[in-house]
Design a protein around this ligand. Structure first.
Ligand code: EPZ
Length: 457
């Protein structure tokens, strides 16, 4: 039961019927939102970057570990965050959202430990409740995540890490069952064929905080979102060192208390807006942007001819008319983030020459290629690599979003394409960007969120 500060019940998030899922988020009456964009406007002005989705989700899940209230600030208001609220409510965690991005969470009931298929299939990050449930309630039943448009997303490393801490696992009609009277610290290796695992590291880190003794996580993910989770857990009393490096050490404690914590800014949203400024040949100021989390992105953008400078508390982005081609390879942090691969591809479509983009994290994460080609791009996929042949201009057309970051790339392309671009299935973008059109319009973008009765009307 979601409780507000005054004890009144609040709608904790979207009702079940409106939860986002791979099949799409429909508004109450079943209608579908889409974006209508008139290209050619140069973006100018200041945009505020929201809190990080990929930091907020595991930190919200970590509230399961805490005795006492957790107060989180700078939590973005996203479909995925509201899905996590609904999941946590089902797991006995009361949540309430206040104006300005504050979310309060408090464990009220530890009976239910089942994250069911209906919720997990809509948001893979639901797997982040596994570690906390196992550590605090000694059991977890979590639906195995299904397929995803960006490619194969196994959780074998999560399972290996948790069994390494002493969990017994079983599979029952698509659900993973985990049990452990008490977890015991161990030396664990979390390296997979594509590097480490971000949410896998989060799961093991959370579980290890209440395990008996010391846990060393070798080949841990170094993403800033993992560091943010570690900082949150330490604020709750966890003993953690090495976060942000490939070796994290955790000394188990008896219990974690609640705390007040502010989520880091979203580096992927910041990178998306940097590219929005560059692709429209604009001049935008980003507020609440941690440049040190984007060094690989800044490196590539400067190579392309984008000017990125810090000015006091802001980051200023502008670009020369002529964009240079370059090579981009997505890597684990601190390498170029896979979550900005589609967006920089949209920019490189307009470079003066051929670029090469290689995807090393999700080799099939190219659903945006065919849609960008519909806008006049010349892209050719060769396995995990795409050859981007620079063109003079893109031409507006109706296109279909397929996943969160691909949809962002289509919006960026629509901002610069000649004429009108319609981006369908924008529920994908609402999962990771706070009403992106409300941030783009004040910068001068001609973008409108419209609504039609059904998908095919
Ligand atoms: C996180 O997903 C992010 N999501 C993703 O962002 C991001 O693309 C990804 O990390 C990589 O940076 C959240 O943090 C909620 P992984 P995650 O486990 O943790 C393989 C977005 O757009 N792997 O780091 O699920 C896997 O197949 C989303 O915001 C295994 O082999 O990704 C992939 O190739 C999309 N076994 C690679 O590792 C495992 O057990 C990285 O996956 C787990 C992963």
């Amino acid at each position: 039961m979601p409780l507000g500060r005054s004890g009144r019940t609040e709608q904790a998030g979207l009702t079940e019927a409106r939860l986002p899922h791979c099949g799409g988020l429909h508004t109450r009456d079943g209608s579908v939102d889409y974006f209508q964009i008139a290209g050619g406007k140069r973006l100018r002005g200041t945009v505020e970057i929201s809190g990080s989705k990929n930091a907020a989700l595991p930190i919200m899940a970590a509230s399961i570990l805490c005795e006492g209230e957790v107060v989180l600030h700078n939590v973005p208001d996203l479909a995925d965050v509201r899905s996590m609220e609904v999941l946590l409510n089902k797991l006995g965690v009361a949540t309430s959202r206040e104006a300005g991005g504050t979310v309060r969470l408090k464990v009220q009931d530890e009976m239910n430990c089942h994250a069911d298929y209906e919720l997990v299939r809509k948001m893979r990050a639901s797997v982040c409740v596994m570690g906390p449930l196992l550590a605090k309630r000694h059991k977890a039943q979590v639906s195995m995540p299904g397929g995803c448009n960006i490619g194969d997303r196994p959780i074998n490393l999560h399972i290996a890490g948790l069994t390494g801490l002493g969990a017994d696992t079983d599979l029952m009609s698509g659900d993973l069952l985990l049990k452990a009277k008490r977890l015991t610290g161990a030396e664990l290796f979390l390296g997979g064929p594509f590097g480490s695992t971000v949410t896998g590291t989060a799961n093991i880190l959370m579980a290890a905080t209440l395990a008996e003794g010391r846990t060393v996580i070798e080949s841990a993910a170094c993403e800033p979102e993992v560091t943010d989770l570690a900082n949150f857990l330490k604020a709750c009393g966890a003993q953690i060192s090495g976060e942000g490096s490939p070796r994290i050490t955790v000394d188990g404690v008896k219990q974690l208390k609640g705390c007040e914590y502010t989520i880091i800014p979203d580096r992927i949203e910041a990178g998306t807006f940097m590219i929005a400024g560059a692709i429209t040949n604009g001049d935008i100021h980003l507020r609440n942007c941690r440049l040190e989390h984007l060094l690989a992105v800044v490196d590539r953008l400067r190579q392309i001819g984008v000017n990125i400078e810090r000015e006091g508390e802001e980051v200023v982005v502008s670009s020369s008319r002529r964009l240079e081609p370059t090579t981009v390879t997505s890597q684990p942090y601190p390498g170029f983030p896979t979550d900005l691969q589609a967006q920089i591809m949209a920019l490189l479509c307009l470079a003066d020459g051929n670029s090469i983009i290689t995807e090393k994290i999700y080799p099939d994460r190219f659903m945006h290629v065919a849609e960008l080609n519909r806008l006049g791009a010349v892209l050719r996929k060769e396995g995990p690599t795409v050859i981007v042949e620079g063109v003079k201009r893109l031409i507006g057309a109706p296109v279909m979003a397929s996943d969160l970051r691909a949809s962002a790339a289509l919006v960026l392309a629509g901002l610069v394409a000649k004429g009108e671009t319609t981006v369908n299935r924008v529920y994908h973008i609402d999962r990771g960007y706070e009403r992106i059109e409300r941030k783009l319009r004040p910068l001068g973008a001609d973008i409108e969120r419209l609504n039609r009765a059904t998908e095919d009307s």
